[in-house]
Design a protein. Structure first.
Lengths: 252, 777
């Protein structure tokens, strides 16, 4: 039985605007397991990203709890949540969100130096990660706007991994990329997952979802279904069929 | 036009607090500019109008009765073709003292009978007054102001060793006299009391010769002619209207020049901030600009909307600044009033106000136009894509791999190095304001704390006491007796202000027994005269004579003339620099009968001045004309001036701190707005609010630190040239005022600390930027 890394208890998130309330997450009970590549799918407006950011401590739930390794995090102050995120989480965003005024290498190092005082170790690891993610050394000194979207996203993954996070949250990491760049990014995520990295990814892209070993289907703020798969192997037709069937069942 | 106005108002709505900030900048600049100009230009104008209304004399000479000088003077003015009107007035007086708060103040005193028939500069009573009866006296208005006298208060004069007690019945505004720096004061008493005084002081009878000329511009030439033709025997002082005016307005003019200069600095600061704001609003609104261009707006329309936006802000700020300045002017004039000693309530000068607003508006519009020109060069598509960011190949300053240091600090420095233009603009602002503050603090220090050095630098020789005898007989014996007192460190003969002519220019020379005994810092180059054919001259005298050290000049006194060698240049506030030093032997070449009637006495530092004064008054009373505590007199003068400059300095420091805070507010707010995305990302990655606040504050701190240091260096090296330039009209060409290092360091450190704390407080708004807000945008 895999160990639970994240869990929620009656998690609710409501947005208010102009006197109108929108209940996006409704009494959601959920567990995320260590080493899993968890994929959250669902139609647009289902609350996928809201759930991801509530789980990661980026946003606070309206009601309910989020527990990380048994520790309740939803009640923490904003600064404590920031410290929690830096120590435990890595983020990969659809829009990459690299810091435009810093080089690729600096983007990774800035995140690394935030946690570790061992400069040499951080620099070494950053370079290893960038190499592992197939980013040319000649691009490390470039600014994010001087490299391609795929390269920028891989730099984003290197940044997410620099502090050996306990979990990576990825929000539509291939959403802004073409298929070639998208594949490279997904390969990078799969590779890290194979090495034991826990990943929670939100996507509405089937090719991305195939990479997960646990698929959660979110609709109207609740988990409508769950599919467990084996670890990803390229070209596994059966796995692809299972996922297609599951999504058909869910009304995808 | 409607569309342009609509765009402008939309811009204003989008950046309300920034608009208010800019408005405040312009408001402060316009306020100080109007205030400085109204007082600077208005005072002289008012003085002239007031003087003309009071039918002032263009030239006045004060003589002891029965002297050759008086006789010749009367003949001269009666026969001079340019004289249109003359008046003689009798008085009792001479060199004496008036008391304020028990302090003795040396001056030429004229006690006059109150006469309804006085034509020139007739007594003009200020506020409430009582009729002159018994022991009543009307005193000059400035004494009211600095002494806080009221009707019924006791008032004391000291003349020829005798205290004279009066009761204040009112105050008079004077034109030619009655200013602290002129040190010639006229008092009015009842006729009966005047007659008593005539009897009491038979050898203190004075005649005041007043003259009006066809044309006031001729007064300088008239005075030169007068001094050439008329013997100086019996002359206490002669004065032209212009010199009287300078004496009254000098301090106020200097103070207002400082205020105007400061307002220009503030305007430059405003323009820099406006430029910064426009550049940022173009960057922030790049997509909007692209959209506007795409739907058919011309560049000129978009630029016009920005010009209108900042022009309107400047116009409103300017008008409010003028209104505020008009409200503040009465408070400021109240402070300056003891110097010019008039009842003057400056009204709104529509030309100055309009000029100030137009000047500020034109500067703002010009800067806006120049800065907004870049909009014309923007292609709509590039603007729609958010500018030319994709083609930015700036260097990556301080790469983290190679730079050592704390991460927050390194990130702040990276940000700073990537925004060099912004950093430079802030640096200039802070440097200019710091310099103004440091100059203000240094002037205040000199006038209020290091008074002795200030006085020695500008006011000439400062013995402990100055004694003038009733006549010039018995002076040598008097000096011998004085030197025997154990309290006396040094004493020598010193006659101040003898009239001589060089190339028909009137010069007041001080005659000194031995110039090596002088302790003041009057000598600025060369050396003091040692021999009978030598003279040291003030810079104005040397300039007018077109001479230099080593040249010879013909010096005339009465009918006698002699050649003198210029050995040095001197400076001290007197006669606008038309002054100098000459030895006693030198004077005897011009006046063979010359003997000292004045003596400088220096007491040991621990000697009790009051007791010593009383002691020699008792011992030498018969021959005393007067004894003056010079240090007390200078102290009293500097206290009045120092009070004004202390407030001006304090005002500059307060406004500087406020403007630095406002600048930081505007810059940091803009920076946070511009870097919202970046800050959001950093929050998402785990940077705490405090770390980001520190990043912003540290980004500003080095600029502030360098700016303050540049300002301090500029203030350090700029203070004395500025002071000399301001005081040229008074005959000062060199200033060596000290910069109080402790106070300067404290001001600099405070500015940096305040800037850091304020930056942190302004950056506190970062807490509102949520990482989630960023990703959900």
């Amino acid at each position: 039985m895999a160990k639970t890394i994240l869990s929620t208890n009656k998690l609710c998130k409501t947005f208010s605007s102009g006197g109108l309330q929108q209940h996006v997450l409704k009494n959601l009970d959920l567990e995320i397991y260590e080493g899993d590549f968890t994929v959250i799918m669902g139609p647009s407006g289902a609350g996928k990203s809201t759930l991801l950011y509530a789980l990661s401590g980026m946003d606070k739930p309206t009601l309910g709890e989020v527990n990380f390794s048994g520790r309740e995090i939803s009640g923490l102050s904003n600064d404590k949540l920031a410290v929690f995120r830096r120590d435990n989480c890595g983020f990969v965003f659809q829009q990459m969100y690299l810091l435009d005024n810093m080089s690729v290498l600096d983007n990774v190092l800035a995140c690394g130096f935030l946690v570790s005082k061992n400069r040499k170790e951080v620099i070494k690891r950053a370079k290893q990660l960038l190499k592992r993610l197939n980013l040319n050394e000649s691009d490390w000194g470039k600014f994010p706007l001087q490299i391609s979207g795929g390269e920028a996203q891989r730099a984003g993954i290197a940044r997410a991994l620099i502090n050996n996070p306990k979990i990576i949250f990825a929000d539509e990491p291939t959403g802004a990329l073409n298929s070639t760049y998208g594949k490279a990014v997904l390969d990078a995520l799969s590779e890290t997952n194979e090495q034991g990295q826990s990943i929670v990814m939100v996507t509405h892209d089937l090719r991305s979802a195939r990479r997960g070993n646990r698929i959660l289907y979110l609709q109207d703020g609740v988990i409508r279904g769950e599919l467990k798969l084996d670890k990803y192997v390229s070209g596994d037709k059966e796995r692809q069929n299972k996922l297609s069937n599951f999504l058909n069942e869910m009304g995808w | 036009m409607k569309n342009i106005l609509m765009l402008s108002l939309a811009n204003v709505r989008k950046s309300k607090s920034q608009t208010v900030g800019l408005l405040v900048f312009v408001l402060i600049a316009a306020m100080f500019l109007n205030m400085g100009l109204v007082i600077f230009l208005g005072l002289e104008k008012f003085f002239d109008e007031r003087a003309e209304a009071n039918h002032m004399a263009h030239f006045t000479g004060i003589y002891y009765d029965g002297t050759v000088g008086l006789e010749q003077g009367l003949r001269f003015i009666e026969s001079h073709p340019k004289v249109t009107e003359t008046e003689q007035m009798s008085a009792v007086g001479g060199f004496g003292d008036y008391y304020i708060d028990a302090g003795k103040n040396f001056a030429v005193i004229m006690i006059c009978p109150y006469s309804e028939t006085q034509k020139m500069d007739a007594p003009s009573l200020v506020g409430d007054s009582l009729p002159l009866t018994d022991n009543a006296i009307y005193i000059p208005y400035f004494m009211y102001l600095i002494g806080g006298f009221e009707i019924g208060d006791e008032f004391k004069l000291f003349l020829q060793g005798t205290d004279l007690n009066f009761r204040v019945a009112g105050a008079t505004e004077e034109i030619m006299f009655g200013a602290q720096f002129n040190s010639i004061h006229r008092f009015y008493v009842p006729n009966e009391r005047y007659e008593e005084l005539q009897k009491q002081f038979p050898d203190a009878g004075l005649t005041l010769l007043s003259v009006r000329l066809e044309n006031i511009e001729d007064e300088v030439f008239f005075q030169a002619d007068y001094n050439k033709e008329v013997s100086q025997e019996g002359l206490i002082f002669d004065l032209i209207y212009d010199n009287a005016k300078v004496g009254r307005t000098m301090t106020v003019i200097i103070a207002t020049i400082i205020i105007v200069a400061f307002s220009i600095i503030l305007l430059i600061v405003s323009l820099i901030v406006i430029r910064f704001r426009i550049v940022n609003s173009i960057e922030e609104g790049m997509t909007n600009i692209g959209a506007l261009k795409a739907i058919g707006y011309k560049s000129v329309q978009i630029v016009s909307s920005i010009v209108l936006q900042f022009g309107l802000t400047a116009l409103i700020g300017g008008v409010l600044g003028i209104a505020l300045s008009q409200a503040a002017i009465p408070l400021v004039t109240q402070l300056l009033k003891p110097m010019y000693a008039f009842v003057w309530s400056p009204k709104l000068d529509i030309f100055i106000a309009l000029g100030a607003v137009i000047f500020v508006l034109a500067a703002v519009v010009l800067v806006t136009l120049i800065t907004a020109q870049r909009i014309g060069k923007l292609h709509p598509l590039i603007a729609l894509r958010g500018g030319i960011k994709t083609h930015s190949f700036k260097k990556n300053p301080l790469p983290l791999e190679k730079s050592h240091g704390e991460l927050t600090f390194l990130l702040a420095m990276k940000q700073l190095l990537r925004n060099k233009k912004q950093a430079f603009a802030i640096l200039i602002i802070v440097a200019a304001l710091s310099m103004a503050s440091i100059v203000g603090v240094a002037v205040n220090y000199s006038m209020n704390q290091d008074k002795e050095n200030f006085a020695l630098s500008f006011f000439g020789e400062m013995p402990t006491l100055f004694v003038s005898l009733k006549s010039d007989s018995g002076g040598e014996e008097f000096l011998e007796r004085i030197l025997e007192y154990p309290e006396v460190r040094k004493a020598y003969g010193y006659n101040a202000g003898d009239n001589i002519l060089i190339d028909e220019t009137a010069i007041l020379v001080n005659i000194v027994e031995d110039c090596s005994l002088l302790e003041g810092k009057m000598l600025i180059s060369g050396r003091y005269p040692k021999h009978s054919n030598e003279i040291a001259l003030g810079m104005s005298s040397i300039k007018v004579a077109d001479k230099k050290i080593g040249d010879t000049v013909i010096v005339k006194r009465g009918e006698t003339e002699a050649e003198f060698l210029i050995t040095g240049t001197v400076q001290f506030i007197s006669q606008g620099g038309f002054n100098g030093f000459i030895t006693v032997d030198g004077m005897r070449r011009l006046n063979p009968d010359f003997k000292f009637s004045g003596f400088n006495i220096y007491l040991n530092s621990d000697a009790p001045v009051k007791e010593f004064t009383q002691k020699i008054e008792a011992a030498e009373g018969d021959i005393f004309g007067n004894i003056t505590d010079i240090q007390e007199q200078i102290e009293s003068m500097l206290t009045a001036m120092g009070g004004i400059f202390a407030i001006v300095a304090m005002g500059i420091v307060v406004v500087t701190v406020f403007v630095v805070i406002l600048t930081l507010y505007m810059v940091i707010k803009t920076t946070i707005g511009r870097r919202k995305r970046e800050l959001g990302i950093q929050k998402a990655l785990g940077f705490t609010t405090l770390q980001l606040m520190n990043q912003i504050a540290l980004n500003m701190t080095p600029i502030i630190l360098i700016g303050v240091m540049c300002g301090a260096v500029a203030g350090y090296f700029g203070l004395n040239p500025m002071m000399a330039a301001l005081m040229t009209g008074m005959g000062i060409v060199k200033s060596e005022l000290p910069i109080p290092l402790g106070q300067t360091a404290a001001v600099c450190a405070s500015l940096v600390a305040i800037a850091y704390v304020v930056s942190m407080l302004i950056a506190w708004r970062i807490r509102k930027i949520s990482a989630y807000g960023l990703v959900s945008e």
